[in-house]
Design a protein around this ligand. Structure first.
Ligand SMILES: [Ca+2]
Length: 269
């Protein structure tokens, strides 16, 4: 295991969060901005280890299941479902999507892999050998996907979480996500772990920790430093996207679209 560096980014992240929110989010409403910063905790983030990541992977979904890393990638003509070697970053198995499909989030439930597509209104279903075994139609754009052990949970770029019964894809519940009382937005890649949902927020450096029973953002982690490091190493690195939890090892991983590295991280408290 590589241990390239170990850094605490707490106070830096808090400062940057304040600056970024002020700059990008309702700049004329100083009062609401201050409220947001005060109410949502912005704990630090520790990098525990770094691993190589394939810069050709436009990461849309990241999962660890039974110790194995899986990745879903996007872009027309390049979308695929990958079984990836954590230590090398290289795909050990790959199932390509037809060039008319743009791959999005993935999740694995009961030895079944689900892969969203963006505007194609289709969810692909695979066995654990990445063999396609089914499709479901869906009535919205697909962005992020995870599961809570009994339901698939989907984002579509809005601030809502959509809960589906996995064998029928029947919509069971919609939960609006709020941050300090205001509706959230741009919810993207997801990871469910130990009762909470973690979400990338598209075009922003944040991972939002969400209480799925209320929709409240209870903490907000800032990946700016990792994003900046990725761009320094590989200028075409795009937004942070991809959160995976290894529930056996209790390890968290994050990466981004076309990032050169995948990070094992620990969320602060
Ligand atoms: Ca995930």
């Amino acid at each position: 295991m590589m241990r390239q560096f170990l850094k605490r980014t707490g106070s830096w992240a808090l400062l940057l969060t304040g600056l970024t929110v002020t700059g990008c989010n309702e700049p004329d409403q100083t009062t609401s901005t201050e409220t947001t910063v005060q109410k949502v905790a912005t704990p630090g983030l520790d990098v525990v280890a770094t691993y190589p990541h394939d810069t050709s992977s436009y990461t849309q979904g990241l999962v660890v299941y039974k110790g194995q890393l899986y990745e879903g990638t996007g872009q027309y003509g390049a979308s695929a479902l990958l079984k990836t070697d954590l230590n090398t970053g290289k795909a050990i198995q790959r199932s390509a999507l037809d060039k008319t499909y743009f791959g999005e989030g993935i999740t694995i439930l009961n030895d079944t892999i689900y892969q969203l597509t963006w505007k194609e209104q289709t969810i692909f279903v695979y066995d654990m050998n990445l063999k396609k075994i089914g499709t479901f139609p869906i009535d919205k754009e697909g962005w992020g996907l995870t599961n809570n052990g009994s339901q698939l949970i989907l984002t579509n770029g809005s601030g809502d979480l959509f809960f589906y019964e996995p064998s029928t894809l029947k919509l069971q519940r919609v939960q609006t996500v709020t941050e300090a009382g205001s509706p959230s937005f741009n919810l993207n890649e997801l990871e469910y772990a130990e009762g909470f949902i973690y979400a990338n927020q598209y075009t922003y450096p944040y991972v939002l920790k969400i209480d799925p029973s209320t929709g409240e953002v209870v903490a907000k982690y800032d990946l700016s430093r990792l994003w900046e490091q990725s761009r320094q190493r590989y200028p075409n690195s795009e937004v942070p996207n991809g959160i995976a939890y290894d529930s056996d090892q209790k390890k968290w991983y994050v990466t981004g679209k076309n990032w050169p590295l995948l990070y094992q991280v620990q969320w602060g408290h």
